[in-house]
Unconditional design. Structure first.
Length: 533
């Protein structure tokens, strides 16, 4: 077997079960990965330097094709209501078949860390069939120091072979695509999809399983910190502004997607960002937009003119979910360490397409746990086939597909940490005001930024509040620089009776969704529910 690359670990591919590889390419840096990807016709270089790829039919995660091995170690620890099971035998057959498939092929290897906290980080080895996948995960995870690579010993392994097709009858798969997680063996197998986000989220799933037992809170969130050490955490599902609102020039960005909250404070799981590119604006998101003009950025399903190599970020011709992966260092004010003190504020973002939530509300610890477990946002008409009016989405812990344990494990841990560190919690609506989607308008980002600034500098906590009659949380009466009318969503609707009916509709959705948690939470969390008439 030919072995190439600047940093080859003495803990070789044989320890991962590989035999008779044609070549193993170790820890290539970006320039070499560009060359290899171009030689293999995997993508193209855009005018300003990023590498542009198409992921084929898979332009997002295949959530229905993710499975976890159900064995003695996971039987009572994994949240089986939210995760699909496979047998150890099915996993072993899939693993053996993928190792056999790899014989005679060239693979790319990256040795990286998941987690910036030296105590809790996860040494991860990623085997990829595609060179650009190797560049992607190098962008997204944390690179070890050069002196750590020769003796790098992985504690977690990912094998990603997009051209291998799973067999439903043989492997227990649903389709030819499969993401198979074995927490006991600490291996994830990815087959039949070129969407690189599967690799990134596999690391998150492993950490989500590992860390709660250490009383470390894994979070699907972005985070930043001010010059006084005032860390802020931003929870939110895709499209709610998690990346945009945390990447601001006035605060240091810790990370945009996945973090842990340990005894030492907040730490990034990653060393890069994976931002949505569709309709990216140089005015609204200058820091992120600048990464589309950098060598080393990977752009998935971004439309590019084949002649001029200029990008069209507004086009969804290839995918609505066009993405960019880039090192955190590409953001000018990014943290060099990926670590920060315990948070002062927690922001829970929602894009309420029903137009009934206020732009900001203050939450008690019990309300914070309620809304964390709910994980509410809303889809708008036209985003998916069959969606003709706003549709509620509840993804528990703001990341249900990645939560390996029962959501209340994370919810209880979060509530304890909030109380212990006296954290202020806020619900922020970046969705619609003045009516539902189609009638109202999108919440002005200028107002959202002003409200967030007041929350983060501590002044909003001391404002005058009134109690929202539907949702029971506190809403500020007035905030400097923000139109007072916008703070009370009912005032923004021309038809007040229509608002009342719509608000109660959403309240009932919350209550119905939370039924599954009633037997798992304390009475004070149940009491934090919105009030139905």
């Amino acid at each position: 077997m030919k072995q190439t690359g600047p940093y080859i670990s003495k803990h070789g591919v044989e320890e991962s079960g590989f035999k008779n590889l044609a070549a193993a390419h170790w820890n290539y840096r970006p320039a070499a990965l560009y060359e290899e990807a171009i030689l293999r016709h995997e993508g193209h270089v855009a005018a300003d330097g990023p590498f542009v790829v198409k992921t084929g039919v898979h332009t997002g995660r295949s959530a229905k094709d993710k499975f976890i091995v159900r064995d003695a170690s996971t039987e009572n620890t994994v949240w089986w209501d939210g995760n699909k099971a496979m047998t150890p035998e099915q996993f072993d057959v899939l693993h053996a078949d993928m190792l056999k498939f790899a014989e005679g092929r060239e693979l790319f290897i990256q040795d990286l860390f998941g987690g910036a906290d030296p105590i809790h980080r996860l040494p991860t080895r990623v085997y990829t069939e595609l060179a650009w996948h190797s560049l992607f995960i190098q962008d997204l995870l944390i690179e070890p120091a050069v002196e750590e690579l020769a003796d790098f010993q992985p504690k977690f392994t990912i094998i990603n072979l997009p051209s291998f097709s799973a067999d439903p009858a043989r492997h227990g798969a649903r389709t030819e695509t499969m993401i198979a997680c074995n927490f006991a063996k600490r291996i994830v197998l990815i087959a039949g999809t070129s969407y690189a986000g599967e690799t990134k989220k596999s690391v998150f799933s492993m950490l989500n399983y590992d860390l709660p037992a250490k009383r470390v809170m894994p979070m699907h969130c972005s985070a930043n910190v001010g010059d006084k050490g005032d860390t802020a955490i931003f929870f939110g599902l895709s499209g709610t502004g998690k990346t945009t609102l945390s990447a601001v020039s006035t605060r240091t960005l810790i990370g945009d997607d996945e973090h842990g909250w340990s005894e030492s404070g907040v730490f990034n799981f990653e060393g890069g960002c994976y931002a949505k590119m569709i309709k990216l604006s140089p005015e609204a998101e200058p820091e992120i937009y600048a990464t589309t003009k950098r060598f080393g950025t990977v752009l998935e399903n971004v439309v590019m003119d084949p002649e001029t190599r200029q990008l069209d970020l507004d086009s969804a011709a290839l995918a609505e979910n066009s993405r960019g992966a880039y090192p955190l260092s590409f953001i000018p004010n990014a943290s060099a360490t990926g670590r920060a003190p315990h948070p002062k504020n927690i922001i829970m973002l929602t894009a309420d397409a029903f137009g009934v939530l206020p732009p900001i509300a203050k939450l008690t610890p019990s309300q914070a746990m309620y809304h964390f477990l709910s994980g509410y946002t809303a889809k708008v008409a036209g985003t998916e086939k069959g969606v003709t009016e706003p549709e509620a989405t509840f993804s528990t812990c703001f990341g249900g597909p990645f939560m390996s344990r029962h959501p209340t494990v994370y919810g209880n841990l979060l509530r304890d940490l909030i109380a212990e560190h006296k954290v202020d919690c806020w619900l922020v609506n970046t969705g619609w005001t003045g009516g539902a989607y189609g009638t109202g308008s999108r919440m002005p980002i200028k107002a959202t930024r002003a409200l967030l600034a007041a929350a983060l500098d501590g002044s909003l906590a001391h404002a005058e509040f009134h109690l929202d009659p539907n949702f029971g949380f506190q809403v500020p009466v007035a905030v400097p620089g923000v139109d007072t009318k916008i703070l009370n969503p009912r005032d923004t609707w021309a038809d007040k009776a229509a608002y009342d009916a719509q608000a109660q509709k959403v309240v009932k959705m919350f209550i119905a969704n939370f039924e599954k948690f009633i037997d798992h939470v304390d009475p004070d969390v149940i009491d934090a529910a919105p009030a139905a008439e």
